[in-house]
Design a protein around this ligand. Structure first.
Ligand SMILES: Nc1ncnc2c1ncn2[C@@H]1O[C@H](COP(=O)(O)OP(=O)(O)OP(=O)(O)O)[C@@H](O)[C@H]1O
Ligand SMILES: [Mg+2]
Length: 258
């Protein structure tokens, strides 16, 4: 059984089918890529499977459970975490606080305990801080020295690492990465590709769905690629399969669908 399977997943925004009839599946431990021209529905597809938008039609089954109508926090708690195309970090919080947000779902202490048993709460926060630092250190040890800096003062690539760390501390089964190399130069893109490899080394059975325009990344990182055009999935296969597919070439170069 696939870890995540969508059938006929679709959403209509005022007459526009942003995602239309998408059948998709990913198995435990797989890394898959989503490509497609601008506006082809890639981000909207991630928004559907992370519960940000309700589907107009179709289903999403995760780990045998229907999550089509689940709320974003419920889907996160079940094990699908994500990063965003434009950063969703809290700029005026420290690096450490941003990562610790990802541990909130595991927090056992209550507000009442914060008042009457502050020692217990402080111990839990200290454990969370350590866990957040271990994750950051795994991607870039220098970030640990900057743990109390405001996130707005951190370089762009490290902000991406903070977002990935925040997603990973919640121990997701699926990680959704929406254009993790956007805005990075060539060297930084190579570093980010190594970071994605390190995620797989650390958590071998994690699934990753990665949206990316950079075909270098798509050639190296995913095992399978799905291609979207005008909201529809037009091809699926290895990098070599999809770059030679006639519909894919037409979608990128323009012209009618075969
Ligand atoms: N909330 C919304 N309301 C109305 N239309 C939307 C909304 N979100 C997305 N769309 C439209 O849906 C289509 C798909 O957008 P989406 O952001 O998913 O594309 P994308 O493939 O991620 O593009 P890009 O590569 O530029 O990030 C676009 O036409 C977009 O304008
Ligand atoms: Mg997008």
């Amino acid at each position: 059984m696939a870890l995540l399977e969508t059938k006929d997943l679709s959403i209509n925004f005022g007459g526009l089918w942003a995602v239309n009839g998408v059948d998709f599946e990913i198995n435990s431990g797989e890394v898959v890529g989503l490509i497609g021209p601008n506006g082809s529905g890639k981000t909207t597809f991630l928004n559907l499977i992370s519960g940000i938008y309700p589907a107009t039609r179709g289903t999403a089954i995760f780990n045998g459970e229907d999550i089509t109508k689940a709320k974003p926090f419920e889907i996160y708690n079940k094990g699908i975490a994500r990063t965003y195309q434009s950063s969703r970090l809290c700029w005026d919080l420290s690096v450490a606080d941003n990562v610790m947000i990802g541990l909130y779902k595991n927090q056992k202490s209550s507000l009442t305990q914060a008042v009457f048993r502050p020692g217990k709460v402080n111990r839990e926060l200290a454990d969370n801080l350590q866990e957040a630092m271990d994750m950051l250190c795994y991607f870039n040890p220098d970030l640990v020295d900057h743990r109390y800096d405001l996130t707005k003062n951190i370089p762009h690539i490290d902000r991406r690492r903070i977002e990935i760390s925040r997603a990973l501390v919640g121990q997701p089964k699926i990680l959704l990465l929406d254009e993790p190399t956007a805005g990075l130069n060539d060297d930084e893109t190579m570093s980010m590709m190594r970071d994605i490899g390190k995620i797989k080394e650390k958590i071998q059975d994690i699934c990753i769905i990665i949206i990316e325009h950079d075909m270098k990344v798509m050639k190296e990182v995913p095992e399978r690629i799905f291609v979207f055009n005008a909201g529809e999935k037009i091809a699926e296969g290895t990098y070599d399969d999809v770059v030679h597919d006639a519909d894919v070439i037409r979608a990128y170069l323009g012209g009618a669908k075969a």
